[in-house]
Write a protein that binds this ligand. Structure first.
Ligand code: UTP
Length: 295
């Protein structure tokens, strides 16, 4: 048993406008776009459940009510499937339902940035550590990313951030961490730099969208000045918190698909289809033919 307070709740910020996917995201939230046959949001909820998360806090916005409906019973559809004896399809719907009372939806009335979206969950999270999961980042690994982070947290406590390696020439695009001594299966973070100038990055480990944070982040976010893009930036809040509390890194061992970008979304569909025995043969053949036909 870890001596540290258990991480029971996860915040999923889904209030962004998804402008990179317009017009697809005009009426369908980005998080509901399907990767193979599940919406993006389902992948991250499954990952969080595998890590022991008991309560989900969705920070939503206007146009996002379909996410709430997705995690509810669809009586008419279920009745029709039952009447038609479609057992497999029916269990797809019932198996994914969160238990009653384990999801909370709150609204970020205006998209003032990720830091502001997280702050909107403060009353629901209360005085306990929580996981923050960016639903855009779909991850595939033998050990689910958040589970690996929990294992670090059990030893380190404090704040834990998932990172992975990028090509050293690409560090200026990301939040980069400095790597210190080992702690359990993770390491102490010595510094965090948002989009460092080329040649100045402390490592090539970039922050990839999973966090375990202490509740002291909330009063910091409440008082933050607007940062890059005129938004309340989570990174600015974490930099302030790092002056008072330790941050640890977990080097994620798996594949991350940035489904917030068109290329990442398409690759996620292809890669996860190729991992599915029922779909792989046809997709693989057709992909090979498409690539062979490229001049
Ligand atoms: P992104 O930077 O991907 O922004 O947000 P976005 O609005 O979703 O997409 P683009 O860039 O316009 O295409 C990262 C995460 O933070 C959430 C988003 O929903 C996404 O999960 N977010 C961002 C909020 O919840 N509120 C905000 O004000 C900003």
């Amino acid at each position: 048993m870890s001596e540290f307070r258990k991480v029971r709740k996860a915040v999923l910020p889904v209030a962004g406008l998804g402008t990179r996917f317009l017009p697809a995201t005009k009426v369908v939230p980005k998080e509901m776009l399907p990767v193979v046959d599940k919406p993006i949001i389902q992948y991250v909820v499954d990952e969080a459940i595998a890590a022991g998360i008991e309560h989900f806090v969705f920070v939503t916005g206007r146009n996002k009510h379909v996410i709430e409906d997705y995690f509810d019973i669809q009586y008419e559809l279920e009745a029709t499937l039952k009447a038609r004896n479609k057992k497999a399809e029916l269990s797809l719907l019932t198996d994914m339902l969160p238990k009653a009372g384990t999801s909370t939806f709150t609204r970020q009335q205006e998209p003032h940035g990720l830091g502001h979206a997280v702050w909107c969950a403060r009353e629901i999270i209360g005085p306990e550590p929580f996981a923050l999961i960016l639903p855009d980042m779909v991850m595939a690994a033998d050990v689910p990313c958040l589970k690996g982070m929990m294992d670090v947290y059990d030893v380190s406590g404090g704040n834990v951030i998932s990172v992975e390696e990028c090509d050293p020439s690409q560090t200026h695009k990301y939040g980069i961490v400095g790597v210190g001594e080992s702690v359990g299966s993770g390491f102490k973070i010595t510094e965090m730099v948002e989009k460092p100038e080329p040649g100045t990055a402390p490592s090539n480990y970039f922050i990839n969208g999973r966090y375990i944070l202490q509740p002291e982040i909330f009063p910091i976010l409440a008082n933050l000045e607007r940062g890059a893009g005129n938004e309340i930036q989570l990174t600015d809040g974490m930099l302030k918190l790092a002056k008072e509390q330790a941050f640890y890194g977990y080097a994620f061992d798996g594949q991350t698909y940035d489904c917030g970008s068109k290329e990442g979304f398409i690759i996620a569909n292809v890669a996860l289809a190729l991992k599915r025995p029922d779909i792989r043969p046809k997709v693989e053949n057709e992909l090979k033919a498409l690539i062979a036909a490229l001049k």
